[in-house]
Design a protein around this ligand. Structure first.
Ligand code: PAF
Length: 280
């Protein structure tokens, strides 16, 4: 249900949120968690709305997690705008925002990590070697702090979603992971907080990512042909490819055929790194 920003409670302490969540659980209330790094957009709003429909309490975590950024990445410049985020969360019907400082989440350097050595070095992990250990570890912490029965993630970060589902399965977290379809701009560009790094011209050119994948899906026959179609389309628009791979949807291992597979890619428009995917 739509709320005013003033009705949303902002909790900054992990201990305080855990206490609140335990109380809600004791009262038999279900908790939905939407983990985010803030700079929220329509994609996040749809996750929050989905959570409010099937949970008594929806918690949105807003935490730019230093553990998932590499040394030369965009941690320092990642957009932070809590006031606007609170408004979006209220409109989407969230009850609680969990917005801890890094010092509260990591009072001491983290020594214990959740890792998936089978997949963390593939695709995005090849270029961001510590990224997925940082993501899985903070998501595990967020689950233990918020005690959700359901947690909502966008399919946009396809490899991330796969790794989170695998973590929950392998480690028996009592949380149902709900993945939701990627929300796209009219041009086809996948919504992302990082889109705002781009100039208008780069943003328009970046629509070639989705267009390339759609053309490849329609006309490409072999795996190699599919990749070449996408590569050409992105390069013609001025983009720089980091990787284009095709993986099995089930285990995310490199695909041998296009059947039940997914295109995964990362590329640059200007200085902005974008990722996207399309199921085949
Ligand atoms: O997808 C994101 O925004 C982040 O990787 C997540 C899941 C909130 C963990 O920091």
């Amino acid at each position: 249900m739509r709320k005013n920003a003033a009705e949303i409670k902002i909790i900054k302490s992990p201990a305080a949120l855990q206490k609140f969540s335990k109380k809600m659980q004791a009262q038999g209330k279900s908790i939905g968690l939407v983990p985010t790094m803030g700079a929220l957009h329509k994609g996040h709003a749809s996750l929050i709305e989905m959570s409010t429909k099937s949970n008594d309490i929806t918690i949105v975590s807003i935490f730019v997690n230093p553990a998932q950024f590499g040394a030369n990445e965009d941690f320092a410049i990642y957009p932070r705008r809590l006031k606007a985020d609170v408004k979006l969360c209220a409109t989407a019907g969230a009850n609680i925002i969990f917005a801890p400082e890094p010092q509260a989440m990591y009072p001491l350097p983290l020594q214990t990590f959740v890792r998936n050595p089978s997949i963390e070095h593939l695709y995005c992990g090849k270029y961001r070697p510590t990224h997925f250990a940082g993501v899985l570890s903070v998501v595990a912490k967020l689950f233990n702090i918020s005690l959700p029965s359901k947690a909502y993630f966008g399919e946009k970060d396809f490899q991330q979603l796969h790794l989170i589902k695998k973590m929950v399965h392998d480690l028996n977290f009592p949380v149902k992971i709900i993945g939701t379809k990627t929300i796209r701009e009219k041009s086809g560009l996948a919504m992302s907080s990082r889109n705002e790094y781009m100039t208008q011209k780069e943003r328009e050119a970046a629509s070639s990512i989705y267009a390339g994948m759609i053309t490849a899906k329609k006309t490409g026959k072999s795996l190699a042909e599919l990749k070449t179609i996408i590569q050409k389309k992105i390069q013609q628009a001025g983009g720089k490819i980091q990787y284009i791979e095709i993986a099995n949807k089930s285990d995310l291992m490199p695909a041998k055929t296009t059947k039940n597979s997914v295109i995964l890619l990362a590329c640059y428009f200007g200085k902005t790194r974008l990722i996207d995917h399309l199921e085949l």
